[in-house]
Structures are given as structure tokens and as C-alpha cells.
Design a protein around this ligand. Structure first.
Ligand code: HEM
Ligand SMILES: CC(C)=CCC/C(C)=C/CC/C(C)=C/COP(=O)(O)OP(=O)(O)O
Length: 305
């Protein structure tokens, strides 16, 4: 059994370069947070028959965005040692020492408190649920799950899947089963999204001693899991339509996107070629974007129709 690393802040890199504002922006994982905010906004729009109130949209997106960004900053601090061991992450601001651990913690702390306060103004439920997601990603996933089990990203994926529900609660102040269907979509999407990348970067994870599925169970098994999850996604993708939450625009949009993802996964499993795992990962990002745009377009069409 291989020995896997546990996180530690020891062995910090010397602070040899000066931090720039771009380094602080990078710490927040801006593209990931932008996608999380799109899913949150779709949750807000689907929560009400017409347009959600402007103050809930503005405060909600700011608060969810700041808390997500804070979680990403804490992830950089906690992961700095493994980030230094992987080609993909070696140049990150904390790993390289351009931003010190205390500066990053202060920056993350500020975002966390400000984000929590903004959401608290909206309603207590959204403030606590968003904070729980932050803890889920920054502490439960990054500190513990990531190093404990190859199911790390399946369980930890719940935090990243929460924003549509958070957006929904920001607007209504209550939990609704329809919002859980949106969470299920991202929850099922996350394993093929990440494992495609993990196959492409398998050596990085092996070197850093992180027990990702391709490292612990091999690439072939991981490809089978990717295929199974994309097939499951085809089924889960039908639920918003079956539940009457979304109409035909969503149904056909999601079927096309989900079958496209399953096709990539099939190729990866049975007709792999150089670079296909990376292409599958890239597809997953356009896929989740398209899926939530389809939900939004469908909702808008039904609202004006
Ligand atoms: C536990 C759950 C997740 C894991 C482990 C994960 C993992 C990753 C990793 C490692 C990357 C970096 C790839 C690179 O360096 O090029 C990435 C990129 C990305 N992920 Fe995820 N992800 C998760 C959830 C999500 C969610 C929920 C979303 C949004 C709905 C998302 C959206 C993105 C986007 C947009 C990128 C591209 C970022 C860029 O190009 O800078 N991810 N993901
Ligand atoms: C409040 C709230 C909704 C919190 C969720 C925040 C958040 C940024 C979720 C995205 C998940 C993600 C990018 C995981 C990758 O982490 P990784 O450490 O495996 O990847 P890395 O090696 O690229 O850092």
C-alpha cells in the first residue's frame, strides 16, 4: 500500500517574490468561482416564477462568491506543500511564496466574514448553509478527505454542488426539493469532471502522494467509473423535466450535452488516444456551463410564454 501525504503547513517556501494583485485574484480560483456563481444565479431564477428581487441577487451573488473565494484561498494555504510537488500547481502564489501564509489567511478570513455578513442580511439559512459549504470544501475535503480516500472528490463534491441551492435559499429563505435536483446534477457531474483531469495528471498526484482514483485503482478502472457516472448523469439530467421544474428546451439541451459527455467517456474507455482525457475535462467545463444556460433559457421561455 502506497504511503499518502497528509496536509501540513510546515516547510513553507521562502518569500522571495513580491505579491501582486493578480496573485490574490489567482488565490480565489476566479474561473471556478465564476462558474459556481452562474449555477447560483440559475438557482435564484428558478426559485421564483418571474424575476428574483434585485437585492437578493446582488447580495446573494456577492456573499456566495466571497465565501467560495475564501474557501479557495484556504485551499491554497492548506495545499501549499502538495502544490509545490505538482507541475500543474507549482507556480501558485502561496506555493511559490509570493503570498505568505498569514497574508493569505487574512485575505481569506476577510472574504469569509464579509461574505457571511452579506448573506446574513438576506437570511440566516443561506448564511449558515454557505458557511457549511465553505467548511465542507476548505476543511472536510482539503484537510481530510483528499488524503483519506479515493472517494474524496465524490463526497467532497457536495460542497461545489451546493451553489444552486444556496442561490435558491438566498431568494426564498426556505429549502425546496427542486433545488436538490440542481445539486444532484453537479454532484453527478463532478466525478467525471475531475477524474478526466486526474487521469491526465496521474503522475502529478502519484508524486504528491494524493490518493486520487487513477493512482489507487488504476487508469482503466477510473475510465469505467467516468463512463458509469456520465450514464448516471443522463438519467439524473431527466429529473428536472420529469419533476415538472423544466420544459422541453432544457430536456433536449441536457440530453444533447449529457449524451455528448457519455460519448467522450465511451471514447476514453474504448478508443483512447493522446490528449483525450484532457479534452474530456475541457468538455466537462463547457458541459456544465451549457447545462445551466439551458435551465435558464428554458425558465425564461416558460416565464414569458
Ligand atoms: C470536489 C469537486 C471538484 C474538484 C475536485 C474539481 C477539480 C478541478 C481541478 C483540479 C481543476 C484545475 C484544472 C487545471 O488546473 O487546469 C478544475 C478546474 C475547473 N473546475 Fe473543477 N472541480 C470540482 C468542482 C467544480 C465545480 C462544482 C465547478 C463549477 C460548477 C467546477 C468548475 C471548474 C472550472 C470552470 C475549471 C477551469 C478553471 C480554469 O481554467 O482556471 N469545478 N477543477
Ligand atoms: C461556499 C462554497 C460554495 C464553497 C465551495 C468552493 C469551491 C471553490 C469549490 C470548487 C471545488 C474545487 C475547485 C475543487 C478542486 O480542489 P482541489 O484542491 O482538488 O484542486 P486543486 O489541486 O486545483 O487545488
Amino acid at each position: 500500500m502506497a504511503k499518502f501525504n497528509t496536509p501540513s503547513l510546515a516547510n513553507s517556501a521562502p518569500n522571495t517574490e513580491t505579491a501582486q494583485w493578480r496573485d490574490y485574484l489567482e488565490l480565489t480560483k476566479p474561473k471556478v468561482v465564476a462558474m459556481l456563481l452562474l449555477t447560483a444565479m440559475v438557482g435564484m431564477c428558478l426559485a421564483v416564477p418571474s424575476l428574483p428581487p434585485a437585492h437578493a441577487v446582488i447580495l446573494g451573488l456577492l456573499g456566495i462568491g466571497m465565501q467560495s473565494a475564501a474557501a479557495a484561498v484556504f485551499n491554497h494555504v492548506i495545499d501549499q506543500r502538495i502544490d509545490r510537488q505538482m507541475q500543474r500547481t507549482i507556480h501558485r502564489p502561496v506555493a511559490k511564496g509570493r503570498v505568505g501564509t498569514s497574508q493569505a489567511l487574512a485575505f481569506g478570513g476577510l472574504l469569509m466574514v464579509a461574505g457571511f455578513a452579506l448573506l446574513w442580511v438576506l437570511n440566516v439559512l443561506v448564511a449558515w448553509l454557505t458557511f457549511a459549504s465553505l467548511i465542507g470544501y476548505a476543511v472536510v475535503y482539503t484537510v481530510w478527505l483528499k488524503h483519506a480516500t479515493p472517494q474524496n472528490i465524490v463526497i467532497g463534491g457536495l460542497a461545489g454542488a451546493m451553489p444552486p441551492l444556496l442561490g435558491w435559499v438566498a431568494v426564498t429563505g426556505t429549502l425546496d426539493p427542486h433545488a436538490l435536483l440542481l445539486v444532484m446534477l453537479i454532484f453527478t457531474w463532478t466525478p467525471p469532471h475531475f477524474w478526466a483531469l486526474a487521469i491526465h495528471r496521474e503522475k502529478d498526484y502519484a508524486k504528491a502522494g494524493v490518493p486520487m482514483l487513477p493512482v489507487t485503482h488504476g487508469v482503466e478502472f477510473t475510465k469505467t467509473m467516468i463512463l458509469l457516472y456520465t450514464l448516471l448523469l443522463v438519467v439524473v439530467g431527466l429529473l428536472p423535466w420529469l419533476a415538472g421544474m423544466s420544459g422541453l428546451i432544457y430536456l433536449f439541451g441536457s440530453l444533447a450535452l449529457n449524451l455528448g459527455f457519455a460519448w467522450y467517456a465511451w471514447q476514453l474507455k474504448f478508443h483512447d488516444r493522446k490528449g483525450l482525457a484532457w479534452q474530456t475535462f475541457k468538455y466537462s467545463i463547457w458541459h456544465v456551463f451549457g447545462l445551466f444556460v439551458a435551465l435558464l433559457a428554458d425558465h425564461a421561455w416558460r416565464a414569458i410564454g
